[in-house]
Design a protein around this ligand. Structure first.
Ligand SMILES: C[S@@+](CC[C@H](N)C(=O)[O-])C[C@H]1O[C@@H](n2cnc3c(N)ncnc32)[C@H](O)[C@@H]1O
Length: 263
């Protein structure tokens, strides 16, 4: 998604209510699998509002911690919460690590960036010996939350404006990353987890995707068309994710984890 003047990210929507914890949980699970005692520098690519970056700082207080993002709105939120971290405006697609970047961490960000063969090879090859590339991405694009976006987007009058613009097109199957990184010099670990997320409130899945997967839809439609799109999508979501009698809407979310430790 292009950013800068057309920055669609809204850090408050992204972290709203219980969603903040649910979105940060996979970063905790990923970090728990990173075996490095004393990195000189740890970089959080696509740091967003800094929720994942602060985990790196708590884990390695002696390291230089850097957060990189191309959303000015996200970086403003991140830097307001912690001025001690080095926050950088930059695009992951052409980002180059500074010397001593022993940890390259990316929670829920690389699925927004194209060319995963080139991107993952470049990041993994940039690591010093013992350095770790640790990535989590949603692998939920066949679930109704995302498939229904594609379904509504394929209909007139949205079809033309949204062709090729939806989130998820860049993500490959787990075996792709395992095979690609196995070909480099290092240890590879790839796994998936499905979180049965308990959401509350009216239309909670819509609220969830408003912070992420609906952003490219919003960016490419007029306000009026986005309003129409949202109503069609909302009706489908209510059928796919009914609220239970205890007020909980269960939103299963599958995520893929990748770690590569350089020899
Ligand atoms: C879903 S948020 C993840 C935030 C945080 N890492 C977390 O764990 O919740 C994705 C972030 O990636 C950023 N992003 C997406 N594409 C990017 C790119 N090409 N370069 C830099 N940042 C990017 C977005 O601006 C957004 O802040």
């Amino acid at each position: 998604m292009s950013n800068g003047d057309s920055d669609q990210w809204n850090p408050d929507q992204y972290m709203k209510g219980a969603m903040g914890d649910l979105r940060t949980r996979p970063a905790v699970d990923l970090l728990n699998r990173v075996m490095h005692d004393a990195p000189r520098r740890a970089v959080d690519l696509g740091c967003g509002p800094g929720n994942s970056t602060r985990l790196l700082r708590a884990r390695w207080p002696g390291a230089k911690i850097c957060g990189v993002d191309n959303s000015p709105a996200m970086l403003a939120k991140a830097s307001a919460a912690d001025a001690a971290i080095d926050w950088q405006l930059g695009d992951i697609a052409d980002w180059q690590p500074a010397e001593g970047a022993d940890i390259i961490f990316a929670n829920a960000s690389l699925h927004w960036v194209p060319d995963h063969a080139g991107l993952f090879s470049r990041l993994a090859r940039a690591l010093p010996s013992g350095g770790v590339l640790a990535v989590q991405m949603p692998n939920n694009f066949a679930a109704p939350s995302h498939a229904l976006i594609a379904e509504v987007a394929s209909q007139p009058p949205f079809q033309e404006a949204l062709a090729g613009k939806l989130l998820g097109d860049f993500v490959q199957p787990p075996a792709f990353y395992h095979g690609l990184l196995r070909g480099l010099s290092g240890q590879v670990d790839v796994w998936e987890t499905e979180y049965l997320q308990s959401l509350t409130g009216e239309d909670p899945v819509l609220e969830w995707v408003r912070g992420t997967a609906l952003l490219p839809v919003q960016e490419n439609l007029s306000d009026a068309d986005f309003g129409r799109f949202t109503e069609l999508y909302r009706a489908r979501l209510r059928q796919a994710y009914p609220m239970a009698s205890d007020g909980i809407t269960v939103f299963p979310f599958r995520r893929m984890f990748i770690s590569f430790t350089a020899d």
